[in-house]
Design a protein around this ligand. Structure first.
Ligand code: AHG
Ligand code: MN
Ligand code: MN
Length: 342
Protein backbone atom coordinates (compact mmCIF):
# COMPACT_ATOMS: atom_id res chain seq x y z
CA UNK A 1 0.00 0.00 0.00
CA UNK A 2 1.76 3.19 -1.13
CA UNK A 3 -0.66 6.05 -0.79
CA UNK A 4 -3.87 7.04 0.93
CA UNK A 5 -5.49 9.60 -1.35
CA UNK A 6 -7.70 12.38 -0.02
CA UNK A 7 -10.73 10.48 -1.33
CA UNK A 8 -9.79 7.39 0.62
CA UNK A 9 -8.09 5.51 -2.25
CA UNK A 10 -5.88 3.19 -0.25
CA UNK A 11 -4.40 1.39 -3.25
CA UNK A 12 -5.73 -1.97 -2.21
CA UNK A 13 -8.10 -4.34 -3.91
CA UNK A 14 -10.84 -3.50 -1.43
CA UNK A 15 -10.74 0.20 -2.22
CA UNK A 16 -13.60 1.57 -4.30
CA UNK A 17 -10.96 3.42 -6.32
CA UNK A 18 -8.98 0.30 -7.18
CA UNK A 19 -10.15 0.29 -10.77
CA UNK A 20 -9.20 3.96 -11.28
CA UNK A 21 -6.23 3.76 -13.74
CA UNK A 22 -5.00 7.24 -12.78
CA UNK A 23 -4.84 6.52 -9.05
CA UNK A 24 -3.33 3.09 -9.59
CA UNK A 25 -0.60 4.68 -11.75
CA UNK A 26 0.10 7.41 -9.17
CA UNK A 27 0.19 4.71 -6.49
CA UNK A 28 2.72 2.68 -8.54
CA UNK A 29 4.82 5.84 -9.05
CA UNK A 30 4.66 6.30 -5.26
CA UNK A 31 6.04 2.77 -4.83
CA UNK A 32 8.98 3.64 -7.10
CA UNK A 33 9.49 6.95 -5.27
CA UNK A 34 9.55 5.13 -1.93
CA UNK A 35 12.39 2.95 -3.26
CA UNK A 36 14.27 6.00 -4.63
CA UNK A 37 13.78 7.74 -1.28
CA UNK A 38 15.36 4.76 0.54
CA UNK A 39 18.36 4.84 -1.84
CA UNK A 40 18.76 8.62 -1.27
CA UNK A 41 18.55 8.13 2.51
CA UNK A 42 21.50 5.69 2.34
CA UNK A 43 23.58 8.16 0.26
CA UNK A 44 27.25 7.23 0.07
CA UNK A 45 26.49 3.86 1.70
CA UNK A 46 24.92 2.95 -1.66
CA UNK A 47 27.42 1.63 -4.19
CA UNK A 48 28.39 4.38 -6.78
CA UNK A 49 25.47 6.45 -5.44
CA UNK A 50 26.06 9.70 -7.30
CA UNK A 51 28.79 8.62 -9.72
CA UNK A 52 28.72 9.58 -13.39
CA UNK A 53 28.01 6.59 -15.59
CA UNK A 54 30.09 8.08 -18.39
CA UNK A 55 27.14 8.49 -20.74
CA UNK A 56 25.20 11.58 -21.84
CA UNK A 57 21.41 11.61 -21.88
CA UNK A 58 19.44 12.81 -24.91
CA UNK A 59 19.79 16.38 -23.69
CA UNK A 60 23.57 16.18 -23.41
CA UNK A 61 23.59 16.00 -19.59
CA UNK A 62 26.09 13.62 -17.93
CA UNK A 63 24.05 10.69 -16.54
CA UNK A 64 24.50 9.80 -12.88
CA UNK A 65 23.97 6.24 -11.67
CA UNK A 66 20.96 7.42 -9.64
CA UNK A 67 19.40 8.89 -12.81
CA UNK A 68 19.54 5.43 -14.36
CA UNK A 69 18.45 3.53 -11.23
CA UNK A 70 15.49 5.90 -10.79
CA UNK A 71 14.50 5.49 -14.43
CA UNK A 72 14.70 1.69 -14.06
CA UNK A 73 12.52 1.73 -10.90
CA UNK A 74 9.91 3.93 -12.60
CA UNK A 75 9.92 1.85 -15.79
CA UNK A 76 9.35 -1.30 -13.70
CA UNK A 77 6.54 0.38 -11.73
CA UNK A 78 4.84 1.50 -14.94
CA UNK A 79 5.05 -1.99 -16.46
CA UNK A 80 2.84 -2.88 -13.50
CA UNK A 81 0.37 -0.02 -14.28
CA UNK A 82 -2.36 0.69 -16.85
CA UNK A 83 0.14 2.71 -18.96
CA UNK A 84 0.60 2.42 -22.73
CA UNK A 85 3.60 4.72 -23.28
CA UNK A 86 6.49 6.09 -21.19
CA UNK A 87 8.73 9.04 -22.11
CA UNK A 88 11.76 9.80 -19.93
CA UNK A 89 14.53 12.37 -19.72
CA UNK A 90 16.90 9.40 -19.50
CA UNK A 91 15.67 7.63 -22.65
CA UNK A 92 16.07 8.86 -26.23
CA UNK A 93 12.73 7.46 -27.41
CA UNK A 94 9.28 6.52 -26.09
CA UNK A 95 8.82 3.10 -24.49
CA UNK A 96 5.65 1.14 -25.34
CA UNK A 97 4.40 -0.79 -22.29
CA UNK A 98 0.76 -2.05 -22.52
CA UNK A 99 -0.57 -0.94 -25.92
CA UNK A 100 -4.17 -1.53 -24.74
CA UNK A 101 -3.80 0.79 -21.74
CA UNK A 102 -5.31 4.27 -21.58
CA UNK A 103 -2.50 6.41 -20.09
CA UNK A 104 0.81 7.94 -21.20
CA UNK A 105 3.41 9.00 -18.60
CA UNK A 106 6.37 11.41 -19.05
CA UNK A 107 9.02 11.60 -16.34
CA UNK A 108 12.12 13.33 -15.14
CA UNK A 109 13.19 10.33 -13.05
CA UNK A 110 15.74 12.27 -11.03
CA UNK A 111 15.57 16.06 -11.00
CA UNK A 112 18.48 18.04 -9.56
CA UNK A 113 21.15 15.45 -10.40
CA UNK A 114 23.95 17.94 -9.78
CA UNK A 115 22.90 17.88 -6.10
CA UNK A 116 22.97 14.09 -5.63
CA UNK A 117 26.36 14.03 -3.85
CA UNK A 118 25.68 17.09 -1.68
CA UNK A 119 22.70 15.85 0.41
CA UNK A 120 20.50 18.59 -1.09
CA UNK A 121 16.85 17.82 -1.93
CA UNK A 122 16.29 16.16 -5.32
CA UNK A 123 13.17 14.63 -6.81
CA UNK A 124 11.11 12.89 -9.49
CA UNK A 125 8.68 14.74 -11.77
CA UNK A 126 5.78 13.11 -13.67
CA UNK A 127 3.13 14.17 -16.17
CA UNK A 128 0.16 11.97 -17.20
CA UNK A 129 -1.96 12.17 -20.39
CA UNK A 130 -4.70 10.02 -21.83
CA UNK A 131 -2.88 7.85 -24.40
CA UNK A 132 -3.72 8.27 -28.10
CA UNK A 133 -3.39 5.65 -30.84
CA UNK A 134 0.38 6.14 -31.11
CA UNK A 135 3.32 7.04 -28.84
CA UNK A 136 4.23 10.34 -30.56
CA UNK A 137 0.78 11.98 -30.44
CA UNK A 138 0.44 10.83 -26.82
CA UNK A 139 3.20 13.31 -25.88
CA UNK A 140 3.63 15.84 -28.71
CA UNK A 141 0.61 17.90 -27.67
CA UNK A 142 -0.47 20.85 -25.48
CA UNK A 143 0.34 20.77 -21.75
CA UNK A 144 -3.26 21.71 -20.97
CA UNK A 145 -4.22 18.13 -21.98
CA UNK A 146 -2.49 16.63 -18.92
CA UNK A 147 -4.94 14.81 -16.64
CA UNK A 148 -2.51 14.54 -13.69
CA UNK A 149 0.97 15.77 -12.78
CA UNK A 150 3.21 16.15 -9.80
CA UNK A 151 6.60 15.65 -8.26
CA UNK A 152 8.24 13.79 -5.37
CA UNK A 153 10.85 15.56 -3.26
CA UNK A 154 13.53 13.46 -1.50
CA UNK A 155 14.51 15.88 1.25
CA UNK A 156 14.21 16.07 5.05
CA UNK A 157 10.76 14.60 4.36
CA UNK A 158 9.83 12.67 1.26
CA UNK A 159 6.75 14.36 -0.15
CA UNK A 160 4.45 14.17 -3.15
CA UNK A 161 2.87 17.28 -4.66
CA UNK A 162 0.13 16.16 -7.05
CA UNK A 163 -2.87 17.42 -9.01
CA UNK A 164 -5.54 15.57 -10.98
CA UNK A 165 -7.06 18.89 -12.10
CA UNK A 166 -9.04 19.67 -8.97
CA UNK A 167 -6.54 21.60 -6.84
CA UNK A 168 -3.03 20.65 -5.69
CA UNK A 169 -2.44 18.29 -2.74
CA UNK A 170 0.62 17.53 -0.63
CA UNK A 171 1.29 14.01 0.69
CA UNK A 172 4.06 13.09 3.15
CA UNK A 173 5.71 9.66 3.25
CA UNK A 174 5.33 8.28 6.77
CA UNK A 175 8.64 6.47 7.45
CA UNK A 176 6.84 4.34 10.08
CA UNK A 177 4.75 2.42 7.53
CA UNK A 178 6.04 3.72 4.16
CA UNK A 179 2.65 5.16 3.21
CA UNK A 180 2.11 8.59 1.63
CA UNK A 181 -0.52 10.40 3.72
CA UNK A 182 -2.40 13.57 2.91
CA UNK A 183 -0.82 16.59 4.63
CA UNK A 184 -2.27 19.59 2.74
CA UNK A 185 -5.59 19.10 0.96
CA UNK A 186 -5.47 22.39 -0.95
CA UNK A 187 -2.10 24.04 -1.60
CA UNK A 188 -2.38 27.75 -2.36
CA UNK A 189 0.44 30.00 -3.59
CA UNK A 190 0.58 33.50 -2.04
CA UNK A 191 -0.52 36.10 -4.61
CA UNK A 192 2.49 38.33 -3.96
CA UNK A 193 6.06 37.71 -2.80
CA UNK A 194 9.43 39.44 -2.68
CA UNK A 195 11.48 36.24 -3.00
CA UNK A 196 13.00 35.24 -6.34
CA UNK A 197 14.87 32.12 -7.45
CA UNK A 198 17.32 32.37 -10.34
CA UNK A 199 20.88 31.22 -11.06
CA UNK A 200 22.42 34.70 -10.72
CA UNK A 201 25.77 33.54 -12.16
CA UNK A 202 24.17 33.70 -15.61
CA UNK A 203 23.25 37.42 -15.30
CA UNK A 204 25.42 38.55 -18.21
CA UNK A 205 23.72 36.04 -20.53
CA UNK A 206 20.10 36.96 -19.75
CA UNK A 207 17.71 38.76 -22.10
CA UNK A 208 17.08 42.43 -21.17
CA UNK A 209 13.60 42.01 -19.59
CA UNK A 210 14.96 39.42 -17.13
CA UNK A 211 18.11 41.37 -16.20
CA UNK A 212 16.04 44.57 -15.80
CA UNK A 213 13.56 42.77 -13.52
CA UNK A 214 16.27 41.19 -11.37
CA UNK A 215 18.26 44.45 -11.25
CA UNK A 216 15.11 46.23 -10.01
CA UNK A 217 14.60 43.51 -7.37
CA UNK A 218 18.22 44.04 -6.25
CA UNK A 219 17.67 47.82 -6.03
CA UNK A 220 15.23 47.00 -3.22
CA UNK A 221 13.45 49.77 -1.31
CA UNK A 222 15.32 52.55 -3.15
CA UNK A 223 14.47 51.10 -6.56
CA UNK A 224 11.35 51.18 -8.77
CA UNK A 225 9.83 48.14 -6.98
CA UNK A 226 10.10 50.05 -3.68
CA UNK A 227 10.70 47.00 -1.51
CA UNK A 228 13.64 44.82 -0.51
CA UNK A 229 13.80 41.32 -2.01
CA UNK A 230 15.31 38.00 -0.98
CA UNK A 231 16.89 35.32 -3.18
CA UNK A 232 16.94 31.53 -2.96
CA UNK A 233 18.43 29.10 -5.57
CA UNK A 234 18.62 25.39 -4.72
CA UNK A 235 19.46 24.04 -8.17
CA UNK A 236 16.74 21.39 -7.92
CA UNK A 237 13.56 22.51 -9.70
CA UNK A 238 11.40 20.32 -7.43
CA UNK A 239 12.83 21.87 -4.24
CA UNK A 240 12.45 25.46 -5.51
CA UNK A 241 8.92 24.67 -6.73
CA UNK A 242 8.00 23.09 -3.38
CA UNK A 243 9.19 26.19 -1.49
CA UNK A 244 7.21 28.48 -3.78
CA UNK A 245 4.06 26.36 -3.32
CA UNK A 246 4.50 26.64 0.46
CA UNK A 247 5.53 30.31 0.90
CA UNK A 248 5.21 32.02 -2.47
CA UNK A 249 7.94 33.46 -4.69
CA UNK A 250 8.98 33.50 -8.33
CA UNK A 251 11.26 31.01 -10.12
CA UNK A 252 13.04 32.03 -13.32
CA UNK A 253 15.12 29.92 -15.71
CA UNK A 254 15.14 32.15 -18.83
CA UNK A 255 16.62 31.54 -22.24
CA UNK A 256 20.14 32.94 -22.35
CA UNK A 257 23.03 33.54 -24.75
CA UNK A 258 25.07 30.49 -23.77
CA UNK A 259 25.43 27.80 -26.44
CA UNK A 260 22.48 25.41 -26.17
CA UNK A 261 20.53 27.69 -23.81
CA UNK A 262 18.62 29.59 -26.50
CA UNK A 263 15.44 28.02 -25.07
CA UNK A 264 16.68 27.91 -21.48
CA UNK A 265 17.56 24.69 -19.67
CA UNK A 266 14.33 23.09 -18.52
CA UNK A 267 12.38 20.63 -20.65
CA UNK A 268 8.78 21.40 -21.58
CA UNK A 269 7.34 17.85 -21.54
CA UNK A 270 8.59 16.48 -18.21
CA UNK A 271 9.66 19.54 -16.18
CA UNK A 272 7.84 22.75 -17.18
CA UNK A 273 4.42 21.25 -18.02
CA UNK A 274 3.95 19.19 -14.81
CA UNK A 275 5.24 22.02 -12.61
CA UNK A 276 2.99 24.50 -14.46
CA UNK A 277 -0.03 22.23 -13.88
CA UNK A 278 0.46 21.93 -10.10
CA UNK A 279 1.32 25.66 -9.84
CA UNK A 280 -1.80 26.79 -11.73
CA UNK A 281 -3.97 24.40 -9.69
CA UNK A 282 -2.54 26.10 -6.58
CA UNK A 283 -3.50 29.58 -7.86
CA UNK A 284 -0.10 30.49 -9.32
CA UNK A 285 1.01 31.27 -12.88
CA UNK A 286 3.60 29.62 -15.17
CA UNK A 287 4.88 31.25 -18.39
CA UNK A 288 7.91 31.30 -20.67
CA UNK A 289 8.31 34.93 -19.56
CA UNK A 290 5.20 36.08 -21.34
CA UNK A 291 3.19 33.14 -22.72
CA UNK A 292 1.33 30.51 -20.61
CA UNK A 293 3.37 27.27 -20.44
CA UNK A 294 0.30 25.00 -20.59
CA UNK A 295 -0.79 26.67 -23.83
CA UNK A 296 2.43 25.66 -25.65
CA UNK A 297 2.59 22.56 -27.85
CA UNK A 298 5.38 20.03 -27.29
CA UNK A 299 7.12 19.57 -30.65
CA UNK A 300 10.00 17.25 -29.66
CA UNK A 301 10.33 15.03 -26.57
CA UNK A 302 13.31 16.84 -25.03
CA UNK A 303 12.58 20.36 -26.20
CA UNK A 304 13.58 23.10 -23.76
CA UNK A 305 11.53 26.12 -22.75
CA UNK A 306 12.24 29.28 -20.73
CA UNK A 307 10.34 28.92 -17.42
CA UNK A 308 8.98 31.57 -15.05
CA UNK A 309 6.43 30.50 -12.41
CA UNK A 310 5.07 31.25 -8.95
CA UNK A 311 3.07 34.03 -7.27
CA UNK A 312 0.73 35.90 -9.60
CA UNK A 313 2.06 39.43 -8.95
CA UNK A 314 5.77 38.93 -9.73
CA UNK A 315 5.03 36.63 -12.71
CA UNK A 316 2.68 39.29 -14.12
CA UNK A 317 5.40 41.90 -13.50
CA UNK A 318 7.96 39.89 -15.49
CA UNK A 319 5.47 39.70 -18.36
CA UNK A 320 5.17 43.50 -18.18
CA UNK A 321 8.96 43.86 -18.47
CA UNK A 322 8.78 41.65 -21.58
CA UNK A 323 5.93 43.73 -22.99
CA UNK A 324 7.77 47.04 -22.37
CA UNK A 325 10.87 45.63 -24.11
CA UNK A 326 8.72 44.61 -27.09
CA UNK A 327 7.18 48.11 -27.24
CA UNK A 328 10.63 49.76 -27.02
CA UNK A 329 11.90 47.48 -29.79
CA UNK A 330 9.07 48.73 -31.98
CA UNK A 331 10.11 52.30 -31.24
CA UNK A 332 12.12 54.20 -33.88
CA UNK A 333 15.55 52.49 -34.26
CA UNK A 334 17.19 55.79 -33.27
CA UNK A 335 15.78 55.37 -29.76
CA UNK A 336 16.30 51.66 -29.75
CA UNK A 337 19.90 51.51 -28.62
CA UNK A 338 20.31 54.97 -27.12
CA UNK A 339 18.42 58.13 -26.27
CA UNK A 340 18.60 60.96 -28.76
CA UNK A 341 21.12 62.89 -26.62
CA UNK A 342 23.32 60.04 -25.34
P1 AHG B 1 18.06 17.62 -14.06
O1 AHG B 1 18.96 17.23 -12.93
O2 AHG B 1 16.87 16.73 -14.21
O3 AHG B 1 18.82 17.83 -15.35
O4 AHG B 1 17.42 19.04 -13.70
C1 AHG B 1 18.24 20.05 -13.25
C2 AHG B 1 17.58 21.35 -13.54
C3 AHG B 1 16.62 21.79 -12.43
O5 AHG B 1 16.38 20.84 -11.46
C4 AHG B 1 17.31 22.98 -11.82
O6 AHG B 1 16.37 24.01 -11.54
C5 AHG B 1 18.28 23.42 -12.89
O7 AHG B 1 18.60 22.29 -13.65
C6 AHG B 1 19.53 23.98 -12.32
O8 AHG B 1 20.25 24.46 -13.42
P2 AHG B 1 21.68 25.15 -13.18
O9 AHG B 1 22.57 24.06 -12.68
O10 AHG B 1 22.07 25.65 -14.56
O11 AHG B 1 21.48 26.25 -12.19
MN1 MN C 1 15.22 17.98 -14.07
MN1 MN D 1 16.74 14.63 -14.45
Amino acid sequence: MAIIFSNGFADNIGSKWYNDPLRITIARLSDAATEISKICARGALEENFGDDVGELNSDGDVQKSLDIRSDDLITKALFDSPVAFYASEEQEDILTLDIEAKLAVACDPLDGSSNINTNVSIGTIFSIYPSTENPETSFLRCGVEQIAAGFFVYGPQTTLVVTTGDGTELYTLDPEDCVFKLSIAEMSIAKSSTEFAINASNHRHWPAPISSFIDDCLRGGEGPLACDHNMRWIGSLVADANRILIRGGIFLYPDDERHGYGEGRLRLLYEANPVAFVVEQAGGIATDGGIRILGKTVRTLHQRVPLVFGSQEPVHLVAKYHHQKAVRNDAAPLFNKRGLFR
